[in-house]
Write a protein that binds this ligand. Structure first.
Ligand SMILES: C[S@@+](CC[C@H](N)C(=O)[O-])C[C@H]1O[C@@H](n2cnc3c(N)ncnc32)[C@H](O)[C@@H]1O
Length: 346
């Protein structure tokens, strides 16, 4: 049975479900969830391209941060990546720095790929109890199931998922207390009609990662912004789907067949991290990578490319040009450079 039909059947017997339950089934249902299907999603032939898939320079630049943190807190020290996908980040990071590493991913296809980079006992489906070092999550928070709310006549209403004649539709629901709490604390002054993705699971994940972090830091990379800067995007909300590198159909139309995602409210994550006792910085990805030396590396690559052109070494010129373009992509102020990075130190 198709996942959409089994969701309709379930709704038929138990009634409409919160959007986060629908999103959880659509992405992670063991038979038919988008990330459970056996395909690796975050790679060139997949459905979206992430920073580490764009370039090994991302992981190599993060290696500088890892070395800084090791210098700050000393041994024992390890790196944990959560939602590690194909392993492209850890692979390039481990090329640049020698450090114990563990990878966690909910997707069986991702775990299989990660076993080609790390020993099998270093790859798992859940976070270890304690970590001393650096925890990295790149584009994880935007994939964690979220509730959905709309501002109507000055109050919050939740949008659950119910059946219509042939498919699924949003249905109005009284908001649950935990949803109202999150909205009142983190959504900001949303105008009437505005849609908000209620990212309680992302907040819980940050809290849980920081509880496990004995000393070191947590790095969360993603698209999104502060609650205030997200306000102009609230009219339609930021919930969307991706398939084969393009925006996909309506999130309710093809569960299991598309990625479902939304901009991450970094104010919410920052305040959860601060409440958990961490020292918090919220940065743009281009600034974060510049501080770790990527812009200097880009200048060197431009210079070396010119040198190779002058000396007539065409193969070397092309190799350097590719690397230069990758660095420019990671730093692009309206692309990956515009991602946000939450750095939470303990
Ligand atoms: C958008 S992909 C990013 C993959 C990789 N970090 C990258 O940048 O290419 C999100 C990944 O997070 C994984 N994931 C989602 N929820 C998770 C959870 N609770 N614990 C571990 N991994 C999770 C998914 O299976 C998927 O591989």
């Amino acid at each position: 049975m198709e996942l959409k039909d089994s969701i309709r059947e379930r709704i038929g017997s138990t009634g409409p479900m919160p959007f986060e339950d629908f999103m959880s089934l659509a992405l992670y249902h063991p038979e038919g969830g988008f990330f459970s299907s056996g395909k690796l999603r975050s790679e060139k032939g997949g459905d979206f391209l992430t920073s580490p898939e764009v370039s090994a320079l991302f992981g190599r630049t993060l290696a500088v941060f890892v070395e800084r943190e090791r210098h700050r807190i000393g041994e024992p020290f390890e790196v944990l990546e959560v939602g590690a996908g194909s392993g492209s980040l850890l692979g390039s990071l481990l090329d640049a720095v020698e450090v114990d590493a563990t990878a966690v991913d909910a997707s069986p296809a991702a775990r299989q790929s990660l076993r080609s980079i790390l020993p099998a006992d270093r790859v798992g489906g859940t976070m270890p109890d304690t970590v001393r070092g650096v925890i990295i999550a790149n584009e994880l928070a935007d994939n964690l199931p979220m509730a959905l709310a709309q501002r109507v006549d000055g109050v919050w209403r939740e949008r659950w998922v119910g059946p219509d004649d042939s498919g699924l539709c949003f249905v109005d629901s009284e908001p649950r207390p935990e949803v109202v709490d999150w909205l009142d604390s983190h959504a900001g002054p949303v105008a009437d009609g505005g849609w908000v993705e209620v990212q309680i699971e992302a907040a819980n994940w940050v809290k849980s990662a920081l509880e496990r972090l004995v000393a070191g830091s947590l790095l969360v990379f993603d698209y999104g912004d502060t609650a205030e800067n997200l306000l102009p995007r609230r009219q339609d909300g930021t919930l969307r789907t991706y398939r084969a590198h393009h925006l996909g159909p309506h999130p309710l139309d093809e569960p299991g067949e598309t990625d479902i995602t939304a901009d991450v409210n970094f104010s919410a994550l920052a305040s959860i991290a601060a409440a958990a006792g961490a020292r918090v910085e919220l940065l743009r990805q281009d600034d974060f990578l510049t501080d770790l030396g990527l812009r200097v590396r880009l200048s060197e690559l431009r210079h070396s490319e010119l040198e190779a052109a002058r000396s007539g070494d065409e193969m070397e010129r092309l190799r350097l040009r590719t690397l230069k373009t990758e660095a420019e992509t990671l730093l692009h102020p309206r692309g990956l450079g515009d991602f946000r990075v939450l750095v939470a130190y303990k």
